[in-house]
Structures are given as C-alpha cells and as structure tokens.
Design a protein around this ligand. Sequence first.
Ligand code: ADP
Length: 479
Amino acid sequence: MKKSITRNISFALLGYTLFIVLLLWLFQISFLNSYYQIMQKGSIGRASNKLIQQMIATDPDEPFDAVLERISFSHRMCSLLLDGDGNEITSIDMLGRGCMIHSPARFSLAQLLTPLLDGEQNNMVVIVNDRHFKGDQLVSATAVTLPDGARRILVLNAWLQPVGSTQEILKSQLFIITCVLALLALGISWSVARRIARPVDNLTKKARRLADGDYTADFDGGGISELDRLAETLNFAAEGLSRVEELRRELVANVSHDLKTPLTMIKAYAEMIRDLTGGEKSKRDQQLEVIISESDRLSELVSDLIRVSRDEDAQQRLSPAAFDFSELLRDTVERFRQICPDYSLSLDCPEASPVFADQNAVSQAVYNLISNAVNYTGADRAVRLSVRPIGDRLRFEVRDSGQGIPADELPLIWERYYRSRNTHQRPVTGTGLGLSIVRSALARQNLPFGVDSVVGEGSCFWFELPRASAPGAPPQVRL
Ligand code: ADP
C-alpha cells in the first residue's frame, strides 16, 4: 500500500512524541531512585571532603566543631568524629530517632568501621535499609591522618527520602501528558499534512488537465516554497506547451495554405493544356513553365519540412572544414539572380574568404537569409550582401529595404513555425521554418548570429565565421 503524506507525517510526529514520553518515563520513573541515590552520595561526599579539609587545615578560620554543626544542619545529617581507636570526640545528632549511627540497637557501627580502624580501608559509603523506619539511609565513613600524626574517622549519616510516592505522582502526571501529547501530535500532523497535501492534490488535478491538452491551468503551490517552485515550473511548461500547440496550429494552417496554392495552379494549368492549349506549342510551354515552377515551390516546402524533422532527431553530424566563403556566396547569388531576375542582388566581398565551418550548414543559412531578404524587401527590390573582417572572424550581412521587424517580434522570429502577423500582406511563400533552420545551423557550430532591424527602413541579418588562415588549417575555435 502506498503511503500518503498525511500517514507519513502522522507516524513521524507520533513516533517523536512517544520517544519523548519514553525518555521522560525512563528518567522520571525507572531511574528516579538510582539517580536520587547518586545525587545524595555526591552531596554527602562533597560535605565529607569539605570537613576533612577543615580538619587538616593548619590555620582554620572557624573552629572545626562549629563547621561540623553547620554542615550537618544544612545537609540534614548526623555526624560523628572518632579517634583512631573508635572513641567518640564530637557527635552531632540532627535526625534524632531517625539516626542510625546514634542508635546501636538498629545498626552496628563498630562492624562498619572495622576495616577503617584496622587501616585496611580509608573510605566507604553504604546504603543501609532501616527496617524500623521502613526506609534507606546513607552512611559514609572516612579515615584521615592529621598533620600531627593522629588518626581520625569522620562518620556521616543522611536519610534517603522514599521516592515511591513521588514516582506515583509523576506516573499519573506522565499518563496525562502522554495522552495530551499523542492527541496534539495527531492534530498537528493532520493539519500540517492537509496544508501540504491539498496543494499537491490541486497540482496533480491541474497537471492531469494539462496532460489532456488544457493549457489554461494555473498552477499554485499554496505558499509552500518547494511546491511554489514546482508550480512555477509547471506554469512555465504549460506556457511552452501552449505556445508549441499554437505554433503547430499555425504551421498546419500555413503549410496547407502554401500547399494548396501551387496545387490549385498546377491543376488549373494542367487542365488548360488538356482542354485548350495542348496544340499551341508556345502557350503550352509557357503554362508548363508555371507548372514546373509551382512544383519547385512545393518541393522546396517539403524539403524544409524534412530538414526540420531531421534536425529534430539531432542526427545531423557536423563536418567542419576550411572552404572559400566568397565562392559559396557568388554561387548562391548567381542562383538567386536566375530564380528572381526582377530583384537586384549586390555582393560586396573579398576575392577569397577562407573560413572554417560546416559548409552545408553555412550554405543552408546563407540560402535561407537571402531567400527571406528577397521575400521581405521593399519596393526597390534590392538586397545587399556584404562580407567584412572583424578580428579573427568574417562578418556576413544581408540587408533588405523592407518593412523591418517590430522589436517585440525580434526574439520570436527564430522560433520554429513562427510567422509574423503581417506576413500575409504580401504573397510570400514560407512555412515559418526558414529562420529556425538558420538558427540551428549556426548555433550548433557556436557561431554568433543576429538581426538588426528598423521598422520602416529594413532589416540586416548577420552571422560571423572563424577565418581559416590557410585552407585545411583549422583555427582555434570550438565547433
Ligand atoms: P517564413 O517562412 O515565414 O519566412 P522564417 O522563419 O524564415 O519563416 O521567418 C519567420 C518570420 O520572420 C517571417 O514570417 C517574417 O515575419 C520574419 N522575417 C524573416 N526575415 C525577414 C526580413 N528580412 N524582413 C522582415 N521580416 C522578416
């Protein structure tokens, strides 16, 4: 069975509470007696040390008997000071009938002191069960040799209070505390779990809607920082998906429009030849020319789509090498001059421009940029190409005199399937794929590229290539 957040938190909090309660039980109930005895032994030991120090002091600031009385009083104990033969020198009885060392009927002091009197032992602490008073007593005896060589034995006797009744009180208190803490733990874990589980549930529901294609879902992490971050990421993903969906719809619309126009023309001209002009060679040839050029447009469109899908697979391998960029430009410009004789294409480039890059990818980028410039240039139908050196690079520019691109559209035009809103003001063919192919061709080689555009004046698309000093010699550039 899978564990829910509520269950996990409840178990953790309940476990923690039980652990604390167990510690309290151990220390306050089970170990209370031993702990108390250790404390009392420590206390009587310290009192005994203090008294012995006082006894052996050469110049005491207070008479020993007074100190013995004061300390016996403050520790609520009886004391006896004996000489080396066990004869009493000083005696203080603070406990009265409760004292063991003053009650020979209940306790044999001589028996306890034998090892000290014989000099076998110097110190001992014993707990004696006093059957008469039904309790325990602590008796400590310490032998000491004074500076003048005389031997003394200091005996102290303190009551050990019975802890049984205290334990009973603590037990009943702890029982109540255990119940209250367990209830509190359950309540807190339930409310914390609800606070976390609810936004998680919401996120899950909305993510399901997103998976079903509803991109309007607005994810909210409920003010929990980790969930807020997740919600932010999901919102970002939803935005991206919605944009892709929008672009996909646009592409289908554009591609179907761009496929339909040439197909209509091809069909119309083919029918015309069949029904009317089949016998007239000059008219028939003219119309066949149109059919051929429309077929070319169709095949161009299909090639673009194939190139993009191949790019998507990221299977295309780059093979950078040195080649003459000027020569590539001259060949491409020549092709364009033949396809669009009504346009004026000027090329300003050095006689030879050796560069180091993947020639196919660069040629693709050049072709698409010139094709766009021809498509979008202004009434003068002019497109200017130039190449100039910048440091160890060559900068290639394609300028047109078209409407330019608004600043807010500039970052978008490189995206796949993007076509400007005002594109359809002119009978321009295109799928919105041209610039995404340019971007992919250049970015994969880490080549800088961009566009400068002024609305109403035209655009200048550019990219830079690393120069090759001699054909075949790669420059220091990462591809
Ligand atoms: P398309 O097939 O629509 O030309 P592209 O990816 O080549 O697709 O271009 C994307 C969009 O960028 C175009 O729809 C157009 O709005 C804009 N664009 C591209 N080149 C130019 C240019 N030289 N002048 C003005 N706009 C341009």
